[in-house]
Design a binder for this molecule. Structure first.
Ligand code: UDP
Ligand code: MG
Length: 314
């Protein structure tokens, strides 16, 4: 049997928290009765510095039912950090931790399948949305474009997977070795390795309240995702510099030909050549410097260089 913990980041969720808690504890009781999870499994809310009654609701829930636990952050640190806090705090307490949003847009009935896959030897089980009909066209389009761009940039993210996933104790312990502060969890988890699988589900509407991810935060997350996982943008600058420099060579030939054929006004050829050549060299130089900065960036992350899965000694 699995000792399962849920990690649920909450920011100003007073409108949905009670409903969600009820649904989750019903689900947990059912899974406990069916012998799928242990009786000391817990549902843990992480209050990400909410300004409304979220924390007082969490403490009431904890008093009413010991299945609920709460962690309070001193101030708002954003969804990714709140979730990170939950995963790191709970990693030694549970066999497996499932992260899920407080609004229960992700289907809690997939818990069974996730736990089953975990018991069959998967260390990470990703929740993947089969459809995005409940999202607006804009959100769907931007989100899907984002996954594609990220993959092109070399960060392996699971298509249509957000932060609804199960991680085993040993996956969490490996994950804890990633000490970086710029975090984009859904891009980092696949870096760990281990056996993983996906479960698909339909995404629902938010139970109540408004999205805590307005466009500004969404863009910030997307930007964080690209810049924390990839130094590809720097390589693009080097590429651009090379192209401009190549054009400058064409320009030099063109202006020399014009000059010798007598088409050019005096001074034109030299100015034209220097603009292109210097411009190209400058962009190229920035790209080269950027490449080193990119290397420094990856070094300072101090990521684990390997994670051992098994060691057959003796
Ligand atoms: N959240 C958080 N801190 C923040 C913003 C959001 O902990 O600064 C939590 C929020 O309470 C919810 C989850 O992150 O549990 C996802 O937010 P939301 O459902 O509003 O995002 P959406 O589903 O609209 O992308
Ligand atoms: Mg949501």
């Amino acid at each position: 049997m699995t000792k399962l913990y849920l990690a649920i980041p909450c920011y100003n969720e007073e409108e949905v928290l009670r409903d969600s808690a009820q649904k989750l504890s019903d689900k947990f009781s059912k899974m406990m009765l069916e012998g799928k999870i242990t009786d000391d499994s817990k549902i843990v809310f992480i209050d990400d510095g909410s300004k409304d009654k979220t924390w007082s609701i969490i403490s009431d829930l904890h008093k009413e039912n010991p299945v609920f636990q709460g962690i309070k952050l001193t101030r708002n640190r954003g969804h990714q950090n709140a979730l990170l806090c939950g995963l790191i705090t709970l990693k030694d307490k549970a066999d497996a931790v499932i992260s899920i949003d407080a609004d229960l847009q992700d289907d809690i009935n997939t818990f069974d399948e996730m736990v089953e896959k975990y018991e069959n030897g998967c260390d990470v089980v990703y929740g993947v949305r089969s459809k995005r009909e409940t999202d607006t066209f804009f959100k769907r389009f931007t989100a899907e474009a984002f996954y594609k761009i990220l993959n092109k940039m070399g960060a392996k993210v699971i298509f249509n997977h957000a932060d609804f996933r199960l991680m085993s104790k040993r996956a969490l312990n490996a994950f804890a070795e990633y000490k970086e502060t710029n975090i984009f969890l859904r891009g980092m988890v696949p870096l760990i390795g281990y056996k993983s699988d996906i479960v698909t589900y339909e995404r629902f509407e938010r139970l109540a309240g408004e999205s805590k991810y307005p466009l500004k935060k969404m863009l910030a997350l997307a930007w964080e995702g690209i810049t924390s996982l990839s130094i590809q943008p720097i390589r693009m600058i080097t590429g651009l510099g090379t192209i401009v420099f190549a054009i400058s060579i064409i320009m030099i030939i063109y202006s020399l030909v014009s000059y010798f054929m007598g088409f050019a006004v005096s001074g034109w050829a030299s100015i034209l050549c220097s603009i292109w050549a210097i411009g190209g060299l400058q962009i190229l130089a920035i790209g080269v410097i950027g490449e080193y900065i990119g290397k420094i960036y990856l070094e300072v992350k101090r990521r684990p260089r390997f994670i051992v899965e098994e060691f057959l000694e003796d």
